[in-house]
Write a protein that binds this ligand. Structure first.
Ligand SMILES: [Zn+2]
Length: 204
């Protein structure tokens, strides 16, 4: 079986203390070690779990519970768990930010291209448009000096998402030859600024 998550544990070096051993009576013989489990994601340490401070005598080797020898805050604070336990989480966060960055750049580029296509339209450009649960496509039929004429599409969708799906399902033959709308280039830019025109694609 392929393991995505697994648990491992980290054990620190022992920290000397001035505590005497209640078992063998040796002076300053109690050392404290930190034991901490962490979750690995694909073998990368990712999420530290609860810490456990374990008192051990370096003379008689007896291991004590925290009830028998309480470990004070000062000792707890001076045994640090290593930061690498968070590696997977840090890498994950970095990947998410990188991805968001790419999406933002991609959207910006699309927006820029759309604006350019609207400013200098060409026959067969495909427009995605709509708002309020009514979305569809139109295709440039003809361009004059100041106006653009479109074939409308026979299908409507109720979301941008289904509009994208419509585009994947062979929408090309469903523009209606007899349903033609014209807009001035100014009107088109206004509709783009009002976010009624969502995207324009040009076949390369
Ligand atoms: Zn001892």
């Amino acid at each position: 079986m392929f393991i995505i998550f697994s648990a491992k544990s980290f054990v620190s070096n022992p920290l000397s203390t001035s505590i005497n051993c209640p078992n063998c009576g040796a002076k300053h013989s109690i050392e404290v070690i930190l034991r901490q489990e962490y979750v690995c994601f694909f073998w990368i340490p990712s999420v530290p779990q609860q810490k456990e401070f374990i008192p051990v005598c370096n003379n008689c080797a007896k291991v004590f519970s925290n009830k028998e020898i309480p470990v004070g805050k000062e000792i707890r604070d001076s045994i640090k768990s290593p930061r690498w336990m968070w590696t997977g989480t840090f890498v994950g966060i970095a990947l998410i930010f990188t991805l968001l960055g790419y999406i933002a750049i991609d959207n910006k580029n699309k927006e820029k291209a759309t604006k350019e296509y609207i400013t200098a339209p060409k026959v067969n450009d495909i427009y995605e448009y709509g708002a309020d649960k009514s979305y569809s496509l139109m295709k440039v039929m003809n361009v004059t000096d100041d106006s653009v004429y479109f074939y409308l599409h026979s299908h409507q969708t109720d979301s941008e998402y289904s509009l994208r799906q419509l585009k994947e399902d062979g929408y090309e033959n469903s523009f209606i030859d007899t349903l033609i709308y014209g807009f001035s280039k100014e009107e088109l830019l206004e509709q783009f600024n009002d976010k009624l025109i969502l995207n324009v694609e040009r076949k390369k």
